[in-house]
Design a protein around this ligand. Structure first.
Ligand code: CS2
Length: 501
């Protein structure tokens, strides 16, 4: 590939862009009012865009973002070198557009810049903290939704070193804020976890009471009075940026952007309107501020993320590289339609005014968008953290109604088989990354029968909880599905289920 030399994207070169590619407002006019933990692509394609548009439409310029990367300095440094600017490349099935976003006003790396992070969390002008740190970033067990109290990193953070974990960073920031008398704060988690706000509020409190923890006396009471943790449902498909897309965004801009994000036209944000102090006028940018997020969240996690994971694992097992490619198999499309209509739908209380059929059709057409390839292996990552939110809720609610949900259980079986064998039905190999991967493979044994594998997997209460682990109907169905997948292959199993067999 020939490398084209272009000027770098920065505040100094922004003026060269045509109006429609520039930020919604002058980035230089924004001061920081939001701290965001987890500076990944999703935040930059989602909340950062809402926040910028809200600032422009409300005329309130106090809502610039201080973004904090967690895993490496790379993202923060690349963005800092571009004055916080980056572009959003939006790929619809037949159209594409690019626009630079200007709401990110400073970028830190948590482990290197912990003092600056603490100071930002304790600044009186900062009123809101948003988070996208992935499910595993919260260091809790999805089986019982409790803090992993034996986690050495959490224990070390609680004991007082510069915090490495996200919860530790939050707790130290809140402590500094209390001391500084900087006033109330709202913490807005934006990860795909049900009742995410409630969960994070509880995990912070659990951290504050860890044995050996050193926190200022009275901090937990101060948090109760001064901090709110609203729940949110976020939705936008944002695959990892590749070199090809970096080149494409830069070509469209005529400027080199080392940190573009790529996404689809669709975007949705539903936020519980429960704030401790001021917030950006996100509703002016299209967010829904509601009293109860739960029905939106259940619909999104079970209908969209649940079938995304289904396509990821069955796709990997059948040799598909991307979600769109998996969905092109009529067997897999039939499978997810059946899962949606027969198993997910009956477990849901739909949000007011929402038609399940339109929601389903829109999800499937978004997945089919071949302009935005999303790798099955990316969606398949961290299944032990994701499936409890996405699929096990459907399983639990169905079992409670006396129904064994065979397609949903097949997704769980496909995940286990993919983690155990990493081999597709055409003989190719793949790897599924999962924080419990080693433990799961050990528990399942390598190439033994389905019964041994499933019995082993069910010994992990942090995934299945004691209720599912002890439910014979679930164990039997999972064993039968695992065996069918291992013997007959993903497409044949999917095709039987799609046909109601
Ligand atoms: C996906 C999600 O990677 C995954 O696990 O299922 O990131 C999905 O694309 C988003 O939740 C869509 O809003």
């Amino acid at each position: 590939m020939t490398t084209v030399s272009r000027p770098a994207l920065s505040l100094a070169t922004l003026g060269r862009l045509p109006q429609e590619m520039r930020p919604a407002l002058d980035p230089g006019a924004l001061s920081i009012g939001v701290v965001h933990l987890g500076l990944g692509a999703f935040h930059r394609a989602h909340q950062a865009v809402y926040t910028e548009v809200a600032a422009e439409r409300s005329g309130e310029h106090g809502w610039g973002i201080c973004g904090v990367s967690q895993r490496s300095a790379g993202a923060a440094d690349v963005l800092s070198a571009q004055d916080g600017l980056y572009s959003v490349l939006c790929l619809g099935p037949d159209d594409r557009s690019v626009r630079v976003v200007g709401s990110l006003r400073s970028a830190l790396f948590a482990q290197r810049d912990s003092e600056a992070l603490n100071a930002a969390l304790a600044a009186p002008e900062v009123k809101v903290v948003t988070l996208t740190v992935t499910e595993k970033g919260y260091r809790y067990s999805s089986g019982d939704r409790r803090l992993q109290t034996a986690d050495p990193e959490l224990l070390a953070d609680a004991a007082g070193r510069p915090a490495v974990t996200v919860l530790g960073q939050l707790a130290r920031g809140l402590e500094r804020r209390k001391r500084a008398g900087a006033g109330p704060l709202t913490v807005v988690p934006c990860d795909n976890i049900s009742a995410n706000g409630e969960l994070v509020g509880q995990l912070v409190r659990e951290l504050l009471s860890l044995p050996g923890g050193r926190f200022e006396p009275g901090l937990a009471d101060w948090v109760d009075t001064n901090v709110r943790f609203p729940c949110t449902m976020v939705d936008r498909i944002v695959p990892a940026t590749t070199e090809r897309w970096r080149e494409e965004a830069s070509g469209m801009l005529g400027l080199t952007d080392m940190a573009p994000v790529v996404t689809e036209p669709f975007s949705q944000w539903v936020v519980q309107d429960e704030f401790a102090a001021a917030r950006p006028a996100w509703e002016l940018a299209g967010a829904d501020l509601v009293e109860d997020v739960a029905p939106y969240e259940a619909l999104k996690l079970r209908a969209l993320n649940g079938t995304h994971s289904a396509l990821a694992y069955l796709g990997l097992l059948s040799g598909a590289a991307t979600i769109a490619e998996a969905l092109r198999h009529p067997e897999l499309e039939g499978f997810v339609r059946r899962m949606l209509d027969e198993e997910v739908r009956p477990t849901l209380d739909l949000p007011p005014g929402v038609s399940f059929e339109s929601y389903r059709d829109s999800v499937l057409s978004r997945f089919a968008n071949a302009s935005l390839p999303y790798r099955c292996s990316q969606v398949a990552t961290d299944g032990s953290q994701k499936l409890p939110q996405r699929v096990l809720g459907t399983v639990r609610d169905s079992l409670a109604r006396g129904v064994v949900p065979r397609t949903a259980v097949t997704v769980v079986a496909a995940w286990l088989l993919a983690v155990r064998d990493g081999r597709d039905d055409k003989g190719g190999s793949f790897e599924v990354s999962d924080p419990l991967g080693v433990e799961l493979r050990r528990a399942m044994g390598t190439a033994d029968g389905a019964e041994r594998a499933v019995a082993g997997a069910l010994t992990l209460p942090q995934v299945f909880g004691d209720d599912l682990a002890g439910d014979d109907r679930f164990a039997d169905a999972l064993t039968e599905r695992f065996d069918a997948l291992a013997r007959a292959g993903a497409l044949s199993v999917a095709s039987d289920l799609a046909a109601g067999r």
